[in-house]
Design a protein around this ligand. Structure first.
Ligand code: E4P
Length: 216
């Protein structure tokens, strides 16, 4: 499973890349807003840090404007994936941009029918939001299972990019289901590496090592 970092924080992205964990990055307007910088400035710096797909989201909601904005975003760097909301005009924009060879990540997906239409429109990635479904008392991972099954049934090339990940169990479930990719906040990437028995085991080894003569 590919791991993307769901962040616009350059320090977090640098650290996760250094861990060897990261294949790509997703941003959204809320993550960009936290940086206090423009989307262009942040995305340009992410492109310097990471050689992989980097999602940058359009802010328009009308077909014509989304296409113009998507083309402009795609020109920023060869690794840009244009992130488009799953609305009717968004699907039209995905179709047009796909025909032009521009990669797209269809975001804010909450149902199998939305995912089916995104695949039909030629999306490169579909981003179902599991955490926000869990928040609404609906099992987010059920949606991932359905989408993966539907895509496999018909051989759609659209990659399932599990989004709105809140904890390590989401990541394990995504991998068990066989999702192509998972975009994960930095805090959760750190949690993936953590186990209390590793820390206590290491502390004991280091303590015991003090009792042995130094290596010659
Ligand atoms: C990624 O593409 C999404 O924008 C992100 O995962 C949303 O996560 P959230 O529900 O924690 O805001």
């Amino acid at each position: 499973m590919k791991i993307f970092i769901d962040s616009a924080d350059l320090g977090e992205i640098r650290e996760a890349v250094a861990m060897g964990a990261v294949d790509g990055c997703t941003t959204n307007p809320s993550l960009i807003a936290k940086t206090g910088k423009s989307q262009r400035e942040i995305v340009a710096q992410i492109c310097e840090i990471l050689d992989g797909p980097i999602s940058a989201e359009v802010l328009s909601t009308k077909y014509d404007e989304m296409v113009v904005e998507g083309r402009a975003l795609a020109k920023w760097h060869k690794n840009i994936v244009v992130k488009i909301p799953l609305i009717q005009d968004g699907l039209k924009a995905v179709r047009t941009l796909t025909q032009e060879g521009i990669k797209t990540n269809v975001t804010l997906c909450f149902s199998p029918t939305q995912a089916l239409l995104a695949a039909k429109a030629g999306a490169t990635y579909i981003s179902p939001f599991v955490g926000r479904l869990d928040d609404a008392a609906t099992e987010g991972m059920d949606l991932i299972e359905k989408i993966v099954r539907i895509y496999e049934n018909y051989g759609y090339q659209t990659e399932v990019l599990v989004a709105s990940v809140r904890h390590p169990v989401h990541v394990v479930q995504a991998a068990e289901i066989g999702a192509g990719a998972c975009t994960i906040p930095f805090k959760v990437i750190q949690q993936l590496a953590y186990h209390p028995l590793t820390d206590s085991g290491l502390a004991k080894f280091l303590e015991d090592a003090k009792k042995t003569p130094k290596n010659g």
